[in-house]
Design a protein around this ligand. Structure first.
Ligand code: MN
Length: 279
């Protein structure tokens, strides 16, 4: 299933993407796409049994929102692709680098990215987002993927000056409003299959900047879930963003960042595409 939310901020409605590509309204069936829904097997089975053609089509231009409401925390993984560690000139980490990103950075997949005041080094990072569906506490590796509800595209927008030049942790550069476009859809794990075989890419002003595969991850999704769950409880509705491949602006010579008016497109095989304008 491809679950989604749409509509104006604060008044989002649940929906799903039908096989014919149309957005169907789910508000007669569920209240929202949230942790309560993704932990309720009865309602999920009922959703799976629905004929999408029986649901009302959402006509016209559909403003998509973050596909999951009430995300409890965003756990980021740093330097998790071999090619990205190389472009940063940094050694392959011996253990996953974890950081937290504020949930207030979340926005819809096609919402504008708002540059923070004085920002000059705002960068792009396409990432595979992992949504936790079952409480995970010190989970063994072989059971880790059983705790994943689904996957989505996450754009880990990063202001490098705030991340790297202002002291302390990466959190400051990762947490500005609109720095985590999510979606377009939350795709259930059964539909994605192996999360380590997905092509992902990011284009800035029509130039392909990142193009890789989740096969290049240093630590797999299963390893990350298992590892992170030894340091914090992962709860249903938490989001893990699993790192970005090579081709970020910081790695270009000279470094190149997002300017006002820039157009960013990013995608992951089977998970759709995002499009943002930088303002
Ligand atoms: Mn990142």
């Amino acid at each position: 299933m491809k679950l989604l939310r749409y509509g104006a901020a604060g008044a989002e409605r649940p929906g799903l993407l039908s096989a014919d590509g149309s957005v169907r309204d789910l508000s007669s069936v569920v209240a929202d796409i949230d942790a309560a829904l993704i932990t309720d097997p009865v309602r999920l089975d009922a959703l799976r049994a629905l004929d999408p053609a029986s649901l009302p089509v959402v006509a016209g231009e559909v403003a998509l929102a973050s596909p999951l409401a009430g995300i409890g925390k965003i756990v980021g993984v740093g330097l998790n692709y071999h090619d990205h560690a190389r472009e940063c000139g940094l050694p392959i980490p011996g253990e996953p680098i974890l950081f937290l990103k504020a949930t207030s950075s979340l926005c819809g997949p096609n919402d504008a990215i708002r540059l923070p005041e004085g920002a000059e080094k705002t960068d792009w990072e396409v990432e595979l987002g992992v949504v936790i569906g079952k409480t995970a506490r010190s989970v063994p590796l072989e059971q880790a993927l059983d705790h994943v509800f689904g996957y989505c595209i996450a754009h880990d927008v990063s202001e490098r000056a705030h991340q790297l030049e202002r002291g302390g942790q990466w959190t400051k550069g990762k947490s500005h409003d609109t720095f985590c476009p999510l979606g377009p859809w939350l795709v259930t794990a059964d539909e994605v299959g192996d999360p380590q075989t997905l092509d992902l890419w990011c284009e800035v002003d029509g130039v392909m900047r990142q193009h890789s595969s989740t096969a290049d991850m240093i630590f797999s999704v299963a390893e990350i879930v298992s590892y992170a769950s030894r340091f914090m409880t992962l709860q249903p509705g938490d989001l893990i963003i699993t790192g970005t491949p090579a081709g970020v602006g910081l790695g270009l010579k000279p470094p190149t960042y997002l300017a006002r008016g820039a157009e960013v497109r990013l995608g992951i095989a089977g998970l759709g595409q995002q499009h943002q304008r930088v303002v």
